[in-house]
Design a binder for this molecule. Sequence first.
Ligand SMILES: [Mn+2]
Length: 322
Amino acid sequence: MKERTVKETAQRLLQCESAYILIHRSPDGDCIGSGYTLLYALRSLGKKARVLCSDAIPERYHFMLPEAETLEMFYPDLIVSVDVADEKLLGDSLLEEYEGRTDLCIDHHISNTGYAKELCLDGKAAAACQVVYEILREMPVTITKEIAACLYTGMATDTGCFMYDNVGPRTLHIIAELMEAHPDIPYASINRQMFVVKSMGRMKLDGILTNQLERYLDGACTLVCVTQKLMQEYGIDDAELEGIAGFPLQVEGTEVSVVMKEREDGAFRVSMRSADRVNVSAICQTLGGGGHVKAAGCTVSGTAEEAKRILLDAVTKGMAKA
Ligand SMILES: [Mn+2]
């Protein structure tokens, strides 16, 4: 793996004729935003591009997609992943085809495993969209309205609507530039769709989960488990669970929040969030996962009780280091 600067990455993209853009499973605003930004940018330069994802893009992100998408097949001379910290996160169907084949990765996760041949990584960037924006500035690409909407959405979603401390002056300068160039994008309405609106089923599930919050380590760790049974009962799919990771962190005194989501195969997909000092990326790495210092994830198997014990053990050790 070779590390590449923003300039070198721009050159690499300018050299290609066609690209497949890979984004992570359970796609979020940032990987969709950065993936489609790249697609629009490459197409504006006369190149062929497609975004590929193992999972369907949830409805609420469809405004970022091209209006009429042609599914013309081509053999790409570049395979680029965006916002994908670990090859495993491509998900099963993309892995089947592209394992070990990523030429270039554009990312902002400090835990990036270096699976791509070339890596453009800015661990301080708030979002992959922020890195992609810097790359576009080194290319003869106009920030069109559709690109600006994608970049804004990715940066808003990865920062909890500009609330987390990954937001720096550069993030806000870029947002200001996007807003100046495109005052007609409905920014407030995007925020509302991303952060406020939820399905009735999810709203009711939140009520149930509120009553099921478990507190450990003198209240420093708050945990909740979302079972398949609960999801079926409230008619909720994975996409509707977005944002749930921060839910237990609302409880006063919580340093680390843990959300366990039961997968269909019985294993638990775990999201950890840190309020302040604890490095949850380090904790999740001890369990084979990773992410950001204050937002990370991993997968744990076993019964719910076994998984809980494993998680609480790892959190206890991680908190001792904080
Ligand atoms: Mn991201």
